[in-house]
Design a protein around this ligand. Structure first.
Ligand code: NAD
Length: 356
């Protein structure tokens, strides 16, 4: 099979490989689509086992960004970057070198932080390119760390899914299992706790677990048990592909909604969830809060209030997806893909920010 026949290519416009022996940078930037605007998506730094794994990850994530940005109503296409990290700590200039790689694409790709990358790293990128967002913001302005905005959208999305599947308008007394108490997971737990939710959590980082246990009275379970807890809602906020043919039969939650990208191992897993009457909030719709904030920062002159307004559309879009899925008897992930592909084909995202 040739590279172009590989299904992982999935309609990408271009894929760029960068290697700088001096800093040790090895990065891949995938541009899935610029139909709606510059391809925007975060940069992930991860100790991939090999280049094939990194390529698979970046391709799947960049395609997801096209769909996410379209469904979030943003005038942006989809792209993603991965940096292959090694055992050594990163070189001091790693992110300036990465910034030059971004600059070389002449605005076709706009970067921001993702897993393993910080706002400080993005500040280094900014020294050499303007095609970057997710930088420290002034009080009241859009931007900064996207994670709290992502958590806001996930919270609102879970509430909408609970109402649709369980007929409950209040979260008080519900039980939610959160996998991954990182930047998004912790903030989501805070909001769920305030809403009267009983929390079950897991993480591979003991310090994070302890903090959430103390702050929210959360019950801690082992990482391999979190998906199978006796709860109303499962919220995956760690890494992807946790919903598959092996895990789905034993899930007890009736709603799934979380921040992690690519929660379904394969598209067919959406049907498996539907067959079990588990309502799945498509990941790239429910976790769009961060990119909404990042894009408003990038476009300039937007306030935090504007970001809130736009994030409030997330539960409305989910309602549309849930209603269409019920009516057409199709899984929610399939409905979301159909909607996103239609928006990209029309060359218009859902609710253009400029018309807000
Ligand atoms: P993070 O790195 O801050 O947190 C991830 C947490 O998951 C960490 O605490 C880590 O220890 C934990 N973890 C890793 N493997 C685990 C396992 N097997 N079981 C339990 N916990 C495990 O990342 P984040 O920014 O909070 O993002 C979480 C997820 O949401 C990622 O998949 C990310 O791509 C996605 N996402 C994040 C944003 C954002 O704004 N940060 C936006 C959209 C999507």
């Amino acid at each position: 099979m040739t590279f172009f026949e590989n299904s992982a290519w999935q309609g990408h416009e271009s894929i760029h490989h960068f290697h700088d022996p001096h800093s040790g940078l090895k990065a891949i930037i995938a541009i899935h689509s610029t139909a709606l605007g510059p391809a925007a998506g975060g940069c992930r730094m991860w100790p991939y086992d090999n280049e094939a794994e990194a390529t698979r990850d970046v391709l799947r994530l960049s395609r997801g960004m096209t769909y996410k940005n379209a469904m979030a109503g943003l005038p942006l296409g989809g792209g993603k970057a991965v940096i292959l990290s090694g055992i050594e700590p990163p070189a001091d200039d790693l992110f300036t070198v990465f910034g030059r790689c971004v600059e070389s694409l002449d605005g076709r790709y706009v970067t921001a932080e993702d897993v393993g990358v910080t706002m400080e790293n993005m500040r280094q990128v900014k020294q050499v390119t303007d095609f970057v967002a997710g930088l420290p913001s002034k009080d009241g302005s859009a931007g900064g760390d996207p994670s709290p905005w992502t958590a806001d959208g996930v919270f609102l999305g879970i509430r909408a899914a609970v109402q649709h599947r369980m007929g409950k308008t209040s979260m008080d007394g519900l039980k939610v299992a959160v996998q991954g108490i990182g930047k998004v997971g912790y903030d989501l737990c805070r909001q769920l706790h305030s809403a009267g939710v009983e929390l079950v959590i897991s993480d591979v980082n003991e310090q994070r677990l302890q903090r959430a246990r103390e702050d929210f009275g959360a019950h801690v379970v082992a990482p391999e048990q979190i998906v199978f807890q006796e709860v109303d809602v499962l919220s995956p906020c760690a890494m992807g592909s946790i919903l598959d043919a092996d895990s789905i039969p034993d899930i007890k939650a009736v709603v799934i909604g979380g921040a992690a990208n690519n929660q379904l191992a394969t598209e067919e897993d959406g049907q498996r969830l539907t067959d079990r009457n588990i309502l799945y909030a498509p990941d790239y719709v429910i976790n769009g809060g961060g990119i909404i904030s990042v894009s408003m920062e990038y476009m300039g002159d937007r306030s935090a209030a504007d970001v809130h307004t736009q994030i409030a559309h997330i539960p409305l879009r989910l309602d549309k997806i849930f209603a269409a899925a019920s009516k057409q008897q199709k899984p929610t992930n399939v409905i979301a893909d159909i909607m996103a592909e239609a928006l990209v084909a029309e060359g218009a995202s859902d609710l253009p920010v400029s018309q807000q």
